[in-house]
Design a protein around this ligand. Structure first.
Ligand SMILES: Cc1cc2nc3c(=O)[nH]c(=O)nc-3n(C[C@H](O)[C@H](O)[C@H](O)COP(=O)(O)OP(=O)(O)OC[C@H]3O[C@@H](n4cnc5c(N)ncnc54)[C@H](O)[C@@H]3O)c2cc1C
Length: 396
């Protein structure tokens, strides 16, 4: 295992940097750097710029529009995007439903959906979780009953991220309730404009509308929207979860945030000197930086085993990555102290050019801190990831 970049990889990094320097719109970069809220248009605009370059789906096979990059090149790309402060390419289409379509859908579905996902023509959302089925996902109760060439879908999904913008939802539905619960689940693609679908916002701690409840009331879905075989959806669902890979550690973004934290702490005054010179605060920052370096090495070790497929190591990266992200937001709020108190939604949404609270860098940080409580829950809670680590890595 060699953790150093080759000359070719360093040259690749330069190519990526040059692309980002010339193509990342300044207004989007400012929003991401300053922790402001992104609109649907912001996400779509950046996705289409990257798609134009042919880089929107680096991990896809080349025949479907992928890049043919190695895992290390994909890591460099993600790392550079994080450092440059690009909006994310949302995972729901490119990284979640697309691999399932490639592996299990029929030729017609592949030909229709994959190019649209690549180009962000459809906004996808994920309909897995239900009020009684989160960690215990196989307990899901949303039903799909066959009626001729349609399924009739009834039930409720929850925590549907950015579902308010969605054109399509990929859904796990129960098609047989007489068998073992994992064996009666199917994977359906549902057009969000179908009559009978209601999307209700869930407002988060930071007052952001990021997640939703989605209700299905006698929604008619063509049988042609079933992926793969009826009642085999659990296999496809697990395949999809395995694709939320190493990127979940988000080391590049945390490194950008660490730089931001240091700038913030240099600017803050504590008894006549910069806060970053305060030994107690500096020790916390140093500790975090060391932990981040260790995580980066772990990510590189995992991706150096390219070809083995997603393994339980992804759980370690998720737990550690999310913990460090949360610690960073805690230290930011600690650094700005009482300046975290004002809450200025107009500034956060970009409708006011400056914060009425007076400090544009400090104003979004409390909301950012609250928002980041989610990272240890979504994508499978950290407690569940720890169970996976104890069982599959430690063999306990
Ligand atoms: C911001 C956000 C966005 C999300 N986006 C989506 C989305 O787009 N689509 C989607 O389908 N889902 C989404 N989710 C749902 C997410 O996947 C679930 O919240 C998560 O899997 C946990 O399920 P739960 O909320 O039902 O909690 P529960 O499963 O009820 O768990 C509650 C607590 O008990 C713990 N716990 C449960 N079982 C065990 C166990 N066996 N051992 C130890 N501890 C246990 C959990 O870790 C947790 O701390 C999102 C969640 C959040 C917070």
């Amino acid at each position: 295992m060699d953790l150093h970049y080759t000359a070719g990889e360093t040259a690749f990094r330069d190519t990526v940097r040059a692309f980002l320097d010339s193509h990342l719109p300044a207004d989007l970069q400012r929003k991401v750097r300053q922790h402001l809220r992104l609109t649907k248009d912001d996400y779509v605009r950046w996705h289409k710029i990257v798609a134009q370059q042919g880089w929107a789906a680096p991990a896809w096979p080349v025949e479907y529009g992928g890049t043919g990059w190695t895992a290390v090149q994909r890591h460099i790309w993600e790392d550079e995007c994080a450092r440059a402060a690009t909006p994310p390419i949302l995972p729901f289409g490119v990284n979640m439903v697309a691999p399932v379509i490639m592996a299990f859908a029929n030729a017609e579905q592949k030909a229709y959906y994959l190019p649209r996902i690549l180009n962000c023509d459809d906004w996808w959302c994920q309909g897995y979780s239900e009020p009684g089925a989160g960690s215990d996902l196989a307990s899901l109760k949303t039903t799909a009953e066959r009626d001729g060439d349609h399924y009739i879908v009834n039930g409720q999904k929850t925590w549907t991220t950015l579902g308010q913008h969605a054109d399509m939802i990929f859904c796990l539905v129960r098609t047989d309730s007489t068998v073992r619960k994992q064996e009666g689940i199917s994977f359906l693609l549902i057009d969000m404009k179908t009559p009978g679908i209601t999307v209700r916002p869930i407002i988060m701690l930071d007052e952001e509308h990021e997640v939703n409840e989605v209700f299905f009331d006698n929604v008619r879905v063509p049988v042609s929207n079933l992926v793969g075989q009826e009642n085999k959806g659990w296999t496809y669902a697990k395949y999809l979860l395995g694709h939320e890979r190493t990127g979940i550690a988000a080391v590049g973004r945390s490194q950008r945030e660490l730089t931001f934290l240091k700038q913030l702490a240099m600017r803050q005054n504590k008894r006549g000197a910069p806060l970053l010179h305060d030994p107690a605060f500096a020790a916390k920052v140093a500790h975090l930086e060391i932990e981040l370096m260790a995580l980066e090495m772990t990510v590189l070790r995992v991706i150096s085993e390219e070809g083995k497929g997603p393994g339980p190591q992804a759980s370690m990266l998720k737990v550690r990555g999310s913990e460090l992200q949360q610690q960073l937001t805690e230290l930011m709020v600690e650094a700005i102290g009482p300046q975290a108190l004002p809450f200025d939604p107009d500034f956060l949404d970009g409708s006011a050019p400056h914060s009425s609270a007076g400090d544009d860098l400090a104003a979004p940080l409390a909301a950012y801190y609250f928002n980041y409580r989610k990272t240890s829950i979504y994508g499978g809670s950290n407690e569940i990831q720890k169970n996976i680590i104890t069982q599959m890595i430690l063999g306990l």
